[in-house]
Design a protein around this ligand. Structure first.
Ligand SMILES: Cc1cc2nc3c(=O)[nH]c(=O)nc-3n(C[C@H](O)[C@H](O)[C@H](O)COP(=O)(O)O)c2cc1C
Length: 163
């Protein structure tokens, strides 16, 4: 059985919905076990045990969220050189940008020498005012479908052994 790890953090629910959609897509392959887990609960063991990864984070202050950064800080050196070549994808939920959070994760993944299977998926919720930014988010069907597809792609690739 192949294993896909989906690590997420979410303050107002958007990233969580994206990660759930990716998990749903990934579950379309019965040969792949999907582990959808909060960044605070994820450590080196979860990374070592997985064959592929999806990293899902909000963009906060032009960076990945602090909780997601903490996950990478806690695990980076513990798994360095031990997960080389494994495939990954990135999901970013942002108000209006998201590019820098995506770039940060790309750099970390490059350090781990992971293999990107797709461009990062960035979903903008268009929250601009403090009220809108702090409100619960609802991700639309079109964007959920994109997340579902990336989960299904990773899962199919694992099943077929193409990574
Ligand atoms: C403290 C804070 C900082 C933020 N900074 C940015 C930012 O730099 N760029 C951006 O596009 N969105 C920014 N946002 C908006 C969030 O990315 C957006 O609300 C997104 O939906 C959050 O994802 P979540 O629902 O999973 O928490 C910020 C939100 C908060 C709370």
């Amino acid at each position: 059985m192949k294993k896909l790890l989906i690590v997420f953090h979410s303050k107002t629910g958007g990233t969580y919905q994206m990660a759930q959609a990716a998990a749903k897509g990934a579950c379309s392959e019965p040969e792949v076990a999907v582990n959808l887990i909060h960044a605070a609960e994820t450590g080196p063991n979860e990374l070592l045990q997985a064959d592929a990864f999806i990293f899902a984070t909000p963009e906060n202050l032009a960076m990945m969220s602090g909780m997601m950064k903490d996950f990478f800080d806690r695990t980076y050196y513990a798994v360095l050189d031990l997960i080389i070549g494994r495939p990954y994808a990135t999901l970013i939920c942002a108000g209006s940008d998201g590019e820098n959070a995506a770039r940060q994760i790309q750099r970390i993944a490059a350090g781990w020498r992971l293999k990107a299977v797709a461009e990062p998926i960035i979903v903008c919720t268009h929250a601009q005012t403090p009220e809108a930014i702090l409100a619960p988010k609802e991700i639309g069907e079109f964007d959920l479908q994109r997340c579902e597809e990336i989960g299904a792609t990773l899962s199919a690739g694992l099943t077929l052994g193409i990574y």
